[in-house]
Design a protein around this ligand. Structure first.
Ligand code: SF4
Length: 338
């Protein structure tokens, strides 16, 4: 058994100070990922800083009419909040597409942002893995890589980010609010998660002595056109092979705004804002959606077993755009694909 110190932080400042004092310390919120990682001996913290007493459980309006969601609000509370259901149904839909009811009741916003890849080699301490042990190698490159990345990967790591929530947040253009010894800073969701490069052990740009306070969502009109389309091996309790989060605005049949993020395909939620601009001013037609999806997937590179993801992602984007345009999003309440 590995010994570790347990501390229940009484304030945000105490949590930050203890992180700064101990490079092996890790924060515990819902524990739905960290406890698993500890059981597998993948995470070996010297100190667990339990932050469940911190005042980070509020959902409220921001000064500009957006929504602020505290780091410790559970995934279930976010998905069922009236303001999220009415103004950010894409976020509610993505959360409900993930995990199980029990996990959503325990998992938190911050934990979802910080969850680690589900690459099987990462969880198996008997194998090499650059993310777990930098410099040891990446067996997934030439091994079991059916679920791995087709976009933005590197020689060092081809893992994917597992979150559904973060894919919706990328499309919504959320901001992550973090605090460290030097104060508070706001990081766009697009910048928060990293591509692997030569340092796949770093999933995000969060510094070790910083703590996530919450997320902020920009003001959004009520009942936007949206869809979160998640394709997986089974219809519940499975990570995405590919997912697409779409927000659309259409005036007189012409697209005035398109924000599209892909999940299950890269080390972070994947967006191409330059391609999205090409949709603006065009009609919401199958042909235009096809063209957009082809541009989005044009940099994709297949490994030995995941080439199917390129065409699957292309079709998923087109279908999600069609669902958003026709106001027939994939429903998560019964887990059937509509
Ligand atoms: Fe490790 Fe990344 Fe390679 Fe998986 S893909 S074995 S997480 S380095």
């Amino acid at each position: 058994m590995r010994r570790f110190e347990y501390l229940r932080a009484a304030s945000i400042e105490e949590a930050i100070a203890r992180l700064g004092d101990d490079s092996g310390a890790q924060l515990l919120a819902g524990g739905t990922n960290l406890v698993d990682l500890m059981k597998y001996d993948v995470a070996t913290p010297t100190t667990i800083i339990d932050i469940n007493d911190l005042p980070l459980r509020e959902i409220g309006q921001t000064a500009n009419g957006g929504l602020r969601i505290g780091a410790l609000v559970t995934n279930a509370e976010v998905a069922c909040h009236a303001a999220v259901e009415s103004h950010y149904p894409l976020l509610a839909s993505a959360i409900l597409a993930g995990a199980s009811a029990q996990l959503r009741n325990a998992a938190t916003v911050a934990g979802n942002l910080m969850q680690r890849t589900r690459c099987a080699y990462f969880y198996d301490v008997a194998t090499a893995c650059n993310k777990r042990m930098p410099g040891s190698g990446c067996p997934a490159r030439d091994g079991l890589n059916r679920n791995h990345a087709i976009l933005g990967a590197s020689n060092a790591c081809v893992a994917t980010h597992p979150s559904d929530m973060c894919v919706a947040l990328a499309a919504i253009e959320a901001t992550v609010i973090v605090k460290g010894p030097e104060g508070t800073r706001a990081i766009s969701l697009a910048e928060f998660h990293r591509l692997p490069g030569e340092t796949p052990q770093q999933d995000t740009i969060l510094r070790h002595d910083e703590i996530v306070l919450g997320i902020e969502l920009p003001p959004t009109p009520e009942a936007p056109r949206y869809s979160y389309l998640k394709i997986r091996d089974r219809l519940s309790y499975a990570f995405a092979l590919v997912s697409a989060a779409v927000l659309l605005a259409i005036d007189d049949g012409v697209i005035s705004m398109a924000q599209v993020a892909l999940g299950g395909v890269a080390h972070k939620p994947w967006r191409n804002t330059a391609a999205e601009v090409l949709l603006v001013g065009r009609t919401a037609s199958r042909g235009n959606f096809d063209q957009f999806a082809s541009i989005l997937l044009s940099p994709a590179v297949a490994l030995s077993d995941n080439g199917y993801k390129i065409e699957l992602a292309r079709r998923t984007v087109v279908r999600a755009l069609e669902q958003a345009a026709s106001r027939t999003p994939q429903l998560q309440s019964d887990k059937r694909i509509h």
